[in-house]
Design a protein around this ligand. Sequence first.
Ligand code: PNS
Length: 163
Amino acid sequence: MKTVIYPGSFDPLTNGHLDVIQRAARLFDRVIVAVARKGEKQALFGPAERKTMIEHSTANLSNVSVDIFEGLLVEYVEQQSGHAVIRGLRALSDFEFEFQMALMNRSLNEKVETLFMMPRASYSFLSSHLVKEIATLGGDVSAFVTPEVKEALAGKLAQAGAN
Ligand code: PNS
């Protein structure tokens, strides 16, 4: 039974993230999407909101579950008896940070392996940051996020506008 952990901020989940989740779900017995609680203050969505959006968007994938974690990723991976960490790699610009993080995690715990997966090329420009910016400026994000996330973004922005 191979369990992999896919950690991230997911503020919010994009179709690029979802593409990586779908690919991982085909390869491994169990995929835990782990939402990092850190950065809560700067995030648009709270950790529970991010978790719910991912749960709704992955409801058709029976071997995928969603959790919230805090503290060191390597400790969380051990707690969950995870075999590896999955990270998405979009472009060369992601590489430096990902390389640093993978090797740092390995130096913290030699047993924690990091595997990189490339999302579909048409998602290689996609990021949560850009999705939030486009939505905030009234642009259409339908091609970049699931209907659940689009609705949550609209709700959040309407709420912000009312305050
Ligand atoms: O989606 P992100 O923001 O690129 O995800 C980064 C994340 C949450 C995977 C990373 O910051 C992380 O693992 N945080 C947990 C704390 C930790 O273990 N830090 C040391 C990493 S070398």
